[in-house]
Design a protein around this ligand. Structure first.
Ligand code: AMP
Ligand code: MG
Length: 349
């Protein structure tokens, strides 16, 4: 199939948007920008359309899809009950990078929810996403628009690299703002719980709801704990070169990464280093890239997946990354980085 690239970096192209709507209504696939990462959209109420998402991504069929809506009232048809917490969260954070889990109605096929009786719902904060959801009928299932096992796409060219020829259309809206997938909050238990950390962090949720614990399976590697969001159990992504995170005081981290890089190069390898604007000049060896600045955390989240993709293109044999335990986004950034590193973390003294 030929994948149509629609350039909307300067705003909505009405004709192309109408075409995207038609594609979605007849069961096709359209990739689109959101404020978090690019999504791969299909009609969430059409089981065959949802199945095409799994096929194009090579996604395990037990990993459910998030249903994207463009107005709060759309919830009524797809969820059985809207708890008061959901209204509060929606008022504060929708449209925005927050996904909530609800009990589903019969309208939502099991092919969309990976066989679960619950459905994940989000209203994204991006004008192109909202326009596309509306054009496509109001209920768009969308996981990240990457091949399963690769970093989520944060620009249209990442989507094309993975899915060209496998989907009908890509809406190019330029680079995304946040760069990490949405926060997922489960509202089907006795107390709300965070199933995946994201831009909307624990403090922001707790300011509205009181205690909102994090799914314990996310906090340590324990084969006996099963994450409540089925997708969180997958390794997701491992860079070809293998990644090691180094945490500790800044000077100690720099010293340790330099020692490790020197050792890697001495034994014939090539080191890749993920630094920040503050530290990039402290690494004389290897291929050094700054992911962003610690004084503006969102620059780090926005560029993390792109940098990991860049290192996959380069001939490095080992990647070393500083840890990013930053105040607002640190939990979300480290959750993704630790997964990519397969839990390889060293503490520098
Ligand atoms: P992605 O769209 O690629 O960011 O993946 C969606 C994430 O949402 C995965 O981790 C899923 O496991 C999770 N998810 C979707 N629906 C549900 C649900 N009904 N219950 C729990 N987690 C869900
Ligand atoms: Mg994904």
């Amino acid at each position: 199939m030929e994948t149509r690239m629609a350039d909307m970096t300067r705003g909505i192209d009405e004709e192309e948007m109408a075409r995207a709507g038609e594609i979605l209504k007849r069961g096709g696939l359209v990739a689109f920008p959101t404020e978090t990462v690019y999504g791969l959209g299909a009609n969430a109420l059409d089981e065959a359309a949802a199945a095409r998402i799994y096929a194009a991504k090579g996604r395990p069929s037990d990993n459910p899809l998030i249903v994207h809506i463009c107005e709060f009232s759309a919830l009524d048809r797809i969820v059985r009950e809207i708890p008061p917490e959901a209204k509060k969260l929606a008022e504060a954070f929708w449209p925005g990078p927050l996904t909530m889990i609800f009990p589903k109605t019969d309208l939502v096929p099991y092919g969309t929810t990976g066989g679960l009786d619950t459905v994940a719902v989000r209203m994204p904060n991006h004008p192109l996403a909202l326009a596309m959801i509306r054009a496509g009928g109001g209920y768009i299932a969308a996981p990240s628009a990457n091949t399963s096992g690769r970093p989520s796409p944060t620009r249209a060219s990442h989507v094309a690299d993975d899915l060209n020829g496998k989907i009908d259309m890509i809406i190019d809206g330029g680079d995304v703002g946040i760069g990490l997938e949405s926060t997922i909050v489960d509202l089907t238990g006795d107390v709300p719980a965070i199933l995946r950390p994201g831009y909307i962090n624990q403090q922001m949720l707790e300011a509205l709801l009181g205690a909102v614990p994090i799914d314990p399976a996310l906090l340590k590697e324990d084969p006996n704990l099963r994450p409540k969001a089925p997708g969180m159990k997958y390794r997701h992504y491992a860079p070809k070169a293998g990644l090691t995170i180094v945490e500790g005081r800044p000077e100690a981290v720099r010293r340790r990464i330099n020692e490790l890089a020197a050792e890697e190069e001495r034994t014939g390898g090539r080191a890749g280093i993920i630094a920040t604007d503050e530290s990039v000049s402290a690494y004389p060896l290897g291929i050094v890239k700054s992911v962003g600045t610690r004084t503006d955390e969102i620059t780090i989240s926005a560029h993390l997946y792109g940098i990991l993709r860049e290192f996959d293109e380069l001939e490095v044999t080992r990647i070393y990354s500083e840890a990013f335990e930053t105040p607002q986004l640190g939990q979300a950034i480290m959750n993704r980085l630790i997964k990519a590193a397969g839990h390889q973390i060293i503490r520098a003294e």
